[in-house]
Design a protein around this ligand. Structure first.
Ligand code: BV8
Length: 302
């Protein structure tokens, strides 16, 4: 590629050198995390206000949890569908979608986000790889059935999952938040929902419908993995990977940064917290732009 060769020293916060490299870059990856949607009002997973600080990931985001208490797990995902539907894409989603549209198939976005905001911002579907699925895909939980319904926006997913509100307000209550948030002071019974009232698979008639997200311990969607592997296997150099709003803690998603580096990519991190650099650390020639992705991305792509 025509990308400028690695300079001896680059100021990791230097916008111009990034913009020059972006212009000269041919093959580009973007790896997205929950921080991209923070400015849209959706909580991230870790750190301040993070979902996993008020919920127990093993209680809610694993196949075992769903097998044990599908009603509880559905309350968590139905609540997050409701919140994501009420949120709007922010300038970072739009800036990324515009760049992806402009660059075509040499620009691939790997998103860990399940909130549907990148598709709603107009990101071209063929180059947006949803590594962890989507809140708005519904699939059959039966091992033998491959029923999948895409783009289901019903809210609530079924009547039994109607979200209780704080008395006298329209504020939805996340009844799956940890008790130590003391939601018990709100006089709303914490419903447990029998499986019989949850959506069942219209195809096999027996399986419970589950959220079409990748839970911990589950492998990423095969088609998505194949597409990402194909991008790397072309053997051509990768010029840039942008690592945006992710704590880079979850694998195999976080591992793609090392794969891109191995193909010659320089790394540009956009994160509210400069300590959340990729595990492989920052190398010479990388960039670290600290702050809100919603404010930074439009600048970077100008
Ligand atoms: C698999 C969907 C095996 C559900 C999610 C030990 C070592 C290594 C790996 C493992 C291990 N033990 C277990 C594993 C495997 C495990 C894993 O990686 N665990 C981690 C926690 C250690 N991985 C898996 O289980 C994966 N599967 O390995 O399968 C296998 C293989 C073959 C065959 C069968 C099985 C599946 C992982 C997918 C799990 N599903 N989500 C749901 O959403 O409920 S993961 C979840 O974390 C979300 O998808 C999320 O996207 C992802 C990563 O989190 P982030 O997006 O990074 O969000 P986070 O809050 O962490 O960070 C936000 C960042 O934004 C912060 O840095 C913050 O500073 C920054 N920020 C905040 N505001 C802003 C901002 N930045 C910019 N602007 C702002 N305004």
């Amino acid at each position: 590629s025509s990308a400028a060769s690695k300079p001896s020293v680059v100021d990791p916060t230097d916008l111009k050198s990034f913009q020059d490299h972006l212009k000269n870059s041919k093959r580009i990856l973007a790896l997205l995390g929950a921080g991209l949607s923070a400015s849209s009002g959706l909580p991230t997973f870790r750190g301040a206000g993070g979902l996993w600080r008020t919920h127990d990931a093993t209680e809610l985001a694993t196949p075992e949890a769903f097998a044990r208490d599908p009603g509880l797990v559905w309350q968590f995902y139905n609540y997050r569908r409701h919140m994501a539907l009420g949120a709007k894409p922010n300038p970072a989603h739009y800036a990324l979608a515009a760049l992806a549209k402009k660059r075509g198939d040499e620009f691939i976005t790997l998103s860990q986000n399940v909130d549907g905001l990148s598709p709603r911002a107009g990101h071209p579907a063929e180059t947006l790889k949803l590594l962890h699925g989507s809140l708005f895909d519904l699939k059959c939980s039966s091992f033998f059935c491959n029923h999948m319904e895409r783009d289901n926006y019903t809210d609530p997913v079924c009547p039994a999952l109607a979200i209780p509100t704080e008395p006298g307000t329209d504020n939805p209550i996340d009844t799956t938040a940890k008790r130590d948030l003391d939601i018990s002071n709100i006089s709303v019974p914490l419903p447990s929902i029998p499986a019989s009232e949850l959506p069942h698979c219209p195809t096999c008639q027996t399986g419970l419908i589950r959220p079409g997200v990748v839970w911990f311990g589950e492998s990423l969607p095969g088609k998505v993995m194949d597409d990402v592997d194909a991008f790397f296997d072309s053997g051509e150099q990768v010029d840039l990977i942008m690592v945006i709003g992710t704590s880079s803690k979850v694998y195999p998603a976080a591992g793609y940064v090392d794969d891109a580096r191995a193909m010659g990519a320089r790394v540009a991190v956009v994160n509210m917290d400069r300590r959340d650099a990729p595990k492989s650390g920052m190398c010479e020639g990388d960039w670290m732009f600290e702050g809100d992705a919603a404010a930074i991305l439009p600048e970077l792509f100008r």
